[in-house]
Ligand binder design. Sequence first.
Ligand code: PEP
Length: 247
Amino acid sequence: MERKFFVGGNWKMNGDKKFINELVECLKKCPIEQSVEVVVAPPTIYLDYTKSIVPQNVQVAAQNSYKVAKGAFTGEISPAMIKDIGIDWVIIGHSERRNVFGENDNLIAEKVAHALETGLSVIACIGEKLEEREAGQTEAVVFQQVKAIAGKIGEWKNVVIAYEPVWAIGTGKTATPQQAQEVHQKLREYIKKEISEKVAKEIRIIYGGSVTGANAKELAKEKDIDGFLVGGASLKPEFIDIIKANK
Ligand code: PEP
C-alpha cells in the first residue's frame, strides 16, 4: 500500500478569526492533489470555526487532548469533545507539550491510546533534544518514545508519526534531508522489528522542524519521509508550496 503524502499545519497559539479567514482563503485557492492529505491544527477555541470554513479537502486537528472522556480536569478537552464537533484528528506529544508543559512518555502514550479508542486519528510527535543528539542518543530517545506508545496501543492504522527533532523546531535550523532520512529509516526498521512488517510498511513518518517552502521539496525526495508537520510556515502562503512538495 502506498503511503499517502501528509502535510500538517500546526498553528500553535497563533491567529484570530480574521487571520484564519485569510489563511483559509489562501488554502481554497490552492488546488490540492488527491495524492496529498492536508490537516490544519488551529488553537482549541477556533477548532469549530475553522472546521466550518475549510474546504472539504482540508481536514482539521486539535493540538492536544486529555486521556479520559470527561471529568474534573479544568482546562482540558477530551477526544469525545473533538469528535463531537466533527473533527477527526489530534496532535499528541508535541515537543512543546513535552518540554513546556512537562508531559512524559507515559502520559502521551495514554493520551494516544484514548484518542484512538475514541475514533480519532493521531499525529504522534517524537524527537530528540540537541544535547541528546550531541550525546549520540537520538535513536535511543526516539525508539523509547515509540516503545512507550506501542505499550499502550495495538492498532497503528490511524497513527501518523511526526519525527520532530527539538533543536529544529521553530529555530530555522532544519535537519538536512540526510539527517532526517537516517532517523526515519531507523524508525521504520525499529517498527518492523518491534511491532510488525506491515505497520513499518504502511505507517507514515513525517518530518517536522523548520520546514519551509524552500526546503520541503528536497526533504520530500527522501524515501522514508512521508510528509511534514509544519509550524511557522503553516501560517504563511508558502504552506501551499509545502503541500505541493511531493510533486
Ligand atoms: C512544529 O511546531 O511542529 C514545528 C515543526 O514548528 P516549525 O515548523 O516552526 O519548526
